[in-house]
Design a protein. Structure first.
Length: 299
């Protein structure tokens, strides 16, 4: 039995609009009582994200501050992404209360705003990917643009678009807001995939054979390959599933598909800083070691 429709779903985890939750009838968990296992899995992921992501992102911010005299060109994007992820990792307690216990819709305004910020975080990753792509594939152009202010302009535009989307999502009455997310995630995923595959190809072609590749470049190759796998792990579920929402029933899409897709995407808030911290030399998702880029760009 359908307990809701797609446009006013009480279980649309990131967008519960005009629902019985807002009317004070039932909680989100009760609405999915016949299929609660995915909601439980989603909440477990969110709390792992909180306990792992908050200290990891704070450590990233500390390292960026400590090493600001020897920073890379992508650090400005990494810093702002870490700030965004830190705030997002604070939401699981409120989210747990809203999904399981609370029947008031007030808390969803706060949650939807933070969900909106997280939804568009791939734009920051795309900027990092493009910056690293230029460093490896177009080193001369990269060197010419290295000290200019275009990155700050790009960052300002990304924040403006992200905040506008978050406010629109918070209001909850903007038509076709879900389509804006779908278009963004498809475009960002395509950019990240293209940049990382291009970097891998360039590093792979840097020697006559894989076994003869320079040790630094070989480490970079392995790292970018891992990063590419993480990007696919975090962002492929929504990219693969959301365009086919009409093939699912409302219950299936909201209780299963939507929840699982965002669960995997949200956990990137902890995976990304852990990956950064795992490197001896600071790096970020969608890039490889600083020495390689310096060698390729002649810096």
């Amino acid at each position: 039995m359908e307990i809701f429709n797609f446009n006013s779903s009480i279980l649309y985890i990131h967008k519960p609009l005009n629902s019985s939750v807002g009317g004070g009838d039932i909680t989100v968990y009760e609405g999915c009582k016949d299929m609660p296992e995915v909601l439980i899995f989603y909440l477990i992921l969110q709390f792992i994200n909180m306990f792992l992501g908050i200290p990891a992102n704070l450590m990233v911010l500390w390292l960026l501050h400590k090493n600001k005299g020897d920073s890379s060109t992508s650090d400005i994007f990494i810093l702002h992404l870490a700030v965004l992820d830190t705030f997002f990792c604070l939401t699981p307690p409120l989210e747990l209360a809203s999904i399981v216990f609370l029947t008031t819709g007030t808390t969803w305004y706060v949650l939807r705003f933070f969900y909106g910020l997280k939804d568009y975080s791939p734009l920051f990753l795309s900027c990092i990917c493009l910056d690293r792509y230029m460093a490896v594939l177009h080193p001369i152009t990269f060197t010419e643009l290295k000290d200019r202010s275009h990155r700050k302009v790009c960052l300002a535009v990304v924040w403006l678009v992200t905040l506008a989307y978050a406010v629109a999502k918070c209001m909850g009455n903007i038509p076709n807001i879900a389509k804006a997310f779908t278009v963004m995630i498809l475009a960002a995923f395509a950019i990240m995939l293209f940049c990382n595959v291009s970097i891998l190809h360039a590093l792979r072609q840097s020697g006559p054979g894989r076994d003869e590749m320079h040790p630094v470049k070989k480490r970079a190759f392995k790292m970018v390959f891992i990063i590419l796998a993480i990007i696919v792990f975090n962002y492929f579920p929504p990219v693969a599933l959301f365009p086919f929402k009409e093939y699912f029933t409302p219950d299936e899409f909201n209780c299963y598909v939507y929840t699982v897709a965002f669960g995997f995407m949200d956990v990137s808030s902890s995976i990304q800083p852990v990956l950064y911290l795992s490197r001896e030399i600071p790096s970020v998702p969608c890039c490889c070691s600083k020495e390689v880029f310096d060698q390729k760009s002649g810096v």
